[in-house]
Ligand binder design. Structure first.
Ligand code: NAD
Length: 335
C-alpha cells in the first residue's frame, strides 16, 4: 500500500517548488500518495482559516508532512503558521544540514563544508508573548525551559553519536542573558557530560557568526535556541550557495514535517525562477525518514549530478535555468 504523506504547498514560490519536488520524488521510484492540504495566506483567503483543521486531521493520520513556505506578515497581522504547527505538534527539533553541493561555485567552493544545525523549535522569543506595558513600551517574553533545552541537546548528541560526528558547539548569549541562555547552556553541558567521546565547545552568538564566516570548516554540529538558530541558519545557507539549497526537518516524538529553510520569496514568486533544490533535499530527508532509503539515495545522487554538471542550474546559483528545466534535469539524471 502506498505510504501517505501530507503535502502543504504553501504561499509564494511554495506551490512551484512543491510541484517540482513531487515530480522528482515520483521519478525516484518511491510509492507515495500525497494528501494535499492548504495552509497559509492562500488558505486564509479561501477558507477563512490560516491553519484549517484538515491540516491537523491529515497529519494525525500520515504523521509525516512535506511543506512549502508560508507567508507571515511583518509587524502586524496573523501569527506564524510555522510557529503554530511546531508548537501544536511538539516538533521540538529543527534539523538543518548545510552541505556544499559538488561543482557549485560559491565563495567557499574549496571547502568541504558539512555543518548540521539543531535549532530549538518551540520556545525562546518565538513564544509570541508580547504586550504593551504602558503606551510606547513593549515587552516581549523570552521563554527558555529546562525540558525543551534538554530535548534539543539530547537530539544533537544522539545524532552526533549515531553519525560518528566529532564536535558539538552550543551557541548562546549567556554573558548578557545570564538566566535564560544560562539555563540553555547548563542543559547542554549536562547532556554533553554523557557523551565524552564527542568534543563539546561553546561560543557567544556574535563571535560564532564571525567564526562561521572566517573559518566555517572548523564547525561540525551546532545547537542553538530558537532565534539564534533561525538567524544562523540563513548565514550558514549563504556559505553553501544560498537559501535555494538548504533543506530542513522538524521532528517531534510523533510527527515530522520536512521543509526548506527559505521563505516564500515574493520577489520571484509566480515567475518560474525558484530553485526547488532545498525542498527536493528536504524530500530526500523525508524519504530516508520513512525508510525509502533507495529512493532517497537516488534523488540525492541525481541532484548532485545536476550540480556537478552545472548545465541546468537556476539563477540564484549562477545558472540560467528556470524551475522546470532544473527539475527535468534531475528527473533525467534518475532515468
Ligand atoms: P525568503 O527566504 O523568502 O527570501 C530571501 C531571498 O532569498 C529572496 O531574495 C528570495 O528570492 C531568495 N530565495 C529564497 N528561496 C529561494 C529559492 N528557493 N530559489 C531562489 N531564490 C530564493 O525570505 P524573506 O523575503 O525574508 O521572507 C518572505 C516571506 O517568507 C515572509 O512572509 C516570511 O515570514 C516567510 N518565511 C517563511 C518561512 C517558512 O514558511 N518556513 C521561512 C522563512 C520566511
Amino acid at each position: 500500500m502506498a505510504r501517505q504523506i501530507t503535502l502543504i504547498p504553501g504561499d509564494g514560490i511554495g506551490p512551484e517548488v512543491a510541484k517540482a519536488t513531487v515530480r522528482a520524488v515520483q521519478a525516484s521510484g518511491s510509492q507515495l500518495e500525497w494528501e494535499r492540504v492548504a495552509a497559509g495566506a492562500r488558505a486564509l483567503e479561501e477558507s477563512g482559516q490560516l491553519l484549517p483543521d484538515d491540516v491537523f486531521a491529515s497529519l494525525e493520520v500520515t504523521r509525516v508532512g512535506l511543506k512549502g513556505p508560508t507567508t507571515t506578515p511583518v509587524g502586524a497581522g496573523h501569527q506564524s503558521i510555522n510557529v503554530a504547527l511546531r508548537k501544536k505538534l511538539g516538533l521540538y527539533v529543527n534539523f538543518r544540514p548545510v552541505r556544499m553541493l559538488p561543482g557549485l561555485k560559491t565563495r567557499y567552493s574549496d571547502l568541504p563544508l558539512d555543518i548540521v544545525i539543531f535549532r530549538e523549535n518551540t520556545e525562546d522569543l518565538y513564544s509570541g508573548l508580547e504586550h504593551e506595558v504602558i503606551p510606547d513600551v513593549v515587552e516581549s517574553l523570552k521563554i527558555i525551559t529546562k525540558t525543551a533545552s534538554l530535548k534539543i541537546a539530547r537530539a544533537t548528541f544522539e545524532y552526533a553519536r549515531r553519525e560518528k560526528r566529532r564536535k558539538v558547539t552550543a551557541i548562546h548569549k549567556a554573558n548578557i542573558m545570564k538566566m535564560s541562555d544560562g539555563l540553555f547552556l547548563k542543559c547542554c553541558r549536562e547532556v554533553a557530560a554523557s557523551y565524552p567521546e564527542i568534543e563539546y565547545t561553546e561560543l557567544i552568538v556574535d563571535n560564532a557568526c564571525m567564526q562561521l564566516v572566517m573559518r566555517p570548516e572548523t564547525f561540525d554540529l551546532l545547537v542553538l535556541p530558537n532565534l539564534y538558530g533561525d538567524i544562523v541558519s540563513d548565514l550558514a545557507a549563504g556559505l553553501v550557495g544560498g537559501l535555494g539549497i538548504v533543506p530542513g526537518a522538524n521532528f517531534g516524538d510523533g510527527h515530522a514535517i520536512f521543509e526548506a529553510v527559505h521563505g516564500t520569496a515574493p520577489d520571484i514568486a509566480g515567475k518560474g525562477l525558484a530553485n526547488p533544490t532545498a525542498l527536493m533535499q528536504s524530500a530526500v530527508l523525508m524519504l530516508a525518514h520513512i525508510g525509502e532509503r533507495a529512493a532517497a539515495a537516488k534523488l540525492r545522487r541525481a541532484i548532485e549530478r545536476v550540480y556537478a554538471e552545472g548545465r541546468h542550474l537556476t539563477r540564484d546559483v549562477g545558472g540560467t535555468a528556470g524551475t522546470a528545466e532544473f527539475t527535468d534535469a534531475v528527473i533525467q539524471a534518475m532515468a
